[in-house]
Design a protein around this ligand. Structure first.
Ligand code: GLY
Length: 357
């Protein structure tokens, strides 16, 4: 939908073909909504640059969505503490902070529990040390989906729900889709944004090497009845953040279990236990909800962005894995440029689907 909005804002006529009843109900709506490259990216290179560029776009992107649609993405620049419960973890975080400081991250040096307690009262006794990223934050992923659906409407994007694509081919250089129910759809360009289902779709079109594997992540929502997680707490076994509504989201798992997008007994209890270890007061708090989503993972773990084949009219915007919400603004922007400029922008070179061929 970010791609659709970016294209439509530049004047393209756009159709979104959505298999489900509503858009964005896969990984997007399941996401905790962290904008946290500090905790997620620990090596230099194009992926770090992409994450940074997207995070820099987020404030104006959210503002623009608010102005256009009236929907607030609830962007919170709370900061994040990456904490650990082991001596070995503390050494690793110390090394990480030093490396990141030398690569332009805003990150503190290693803090002890008393320093951490000043920012996050209520951390459990197992927490030994942590590092602080003052610029990380989060958005409300449901609000983001709502805002994008509304922005699609404002910009004249046609959203066609309950529309399943069963085959993809090229006719006279134009992408052509077969839809369930013996219908077809075509256009000058096709952008595949099918998350964990992208590989299946491309396999049907002969791109069998472009596998996108689903990696399930489970979230537990807790209602503690008061503000208690002032910033993101990211531990060895899970993370916590509190939304404006007061709901605390605890994540997560990484499970390769195929297409099973539901929370499980073992997953939910593990995530809840990790949450209560990070903040013991949560152990007795009200359980509110649990859900799961399937993160789309390409074989090298990096997004697939840009033309499927040089000069072609099929583009990919998928496999964002753990960072789809963070990368939404830059993805929309760069894919729209790729379409309108006729070549993929240089920022996409490292994410070209061709790298996996
Ligand atoms: N980025 C957090 C997650 O994938 O769980």
């Amino acid at each position: 939908m970010a791609v659709a909005v970016s294209l439509a804002r530049r004047g393209a006529q756009v159709r979104v073909l959505e298999r489900g009843l509503h858009c964005g109900q896969g990984a997007s709506a399941a996401a905790a909504g962290m904008l946290a490259e500090g905790a997620e990216v620990t090596e230099a290179g194009p992926f770090l640059e992409l994450c940074r560029a997207s995070r820099a776009l987020w404030p104006s992107w959210a503002e623009e969505l608010l102005l256009t649609t009236g929907v607030d993405c609830e962007l919170e620049r709370t900061g994040l503490v990456r904490v650990t419960s082991s001596e070995e973890g503390a050494l690793r975080l110390e090394r990480q902070a030093k490396w990141q400081q030398s690569h332009g991250f805003e990150v503190s040096s290693l803090w002890d529990p008393s320093q951490l307690a000043k920012l996050v009262p209520g951390l459990g006794p197992s927490v030994l040390a942590g590092i602080h990223y003052p610029n990380d934050g989060h958005v409300h992923s449901h609000r983001v989906v709502d805002a994008l659906v509304a922005a699609c409407e404002v910009h004249g994007v046609a959203i066609e729900t309950e529309t399943e694509v069963t085959a993809l081919e090229s006719r006279a250089g134009r992408p052509r889709l077969t839809l369930a129910g013996d219908r077809v759809a075509d256009g000058d360009y096709l952008v595949v944004c099918a998350g964990s289902w992208s590989g299946r779709l491309l396999g049907a079109a002969g791109g069998a090497e472009l596998q996108v594997e689903p990696v399930r992540g489970q979230i537990v929502a807790i209602d503690p009845g008061r503000p208690m997680v002032p910033l993101i707490v990211f531990g060895d076994r899970g993370y916590l953040l509190q939304k404006r509504s007061g709901l605390v989201l605890a994540g997560t798992t990484e499970e390769r279990v195929g297409y099973q997008p539901w929370p499980t007994v073992v997953g939910v209890s593990g995530v809840a236990a990790a949450a209560a270890e990070l903040m013991p007061e949560l152990a007795g708090a009200r359980f509110a909800d649990a859900w799961a989503g399937l993160r789309p993972h390409a074989t090298d773990g990096r997004p697939l962005l840009g033309r499927l084949e040089p000069g072609g009219r099929v583009l990919l915007a998928t496999a964002h894995y753990r960072n789809g919400v963070l990368l939404a603004p830059i993805t929309g922007e760069l894919i729209a440029r790729a379409v309108f400029e006729g070549v993929d922008p240089k920022e996409l070179a490292a994410f070209s689907p061709g790298r996996l061929a």
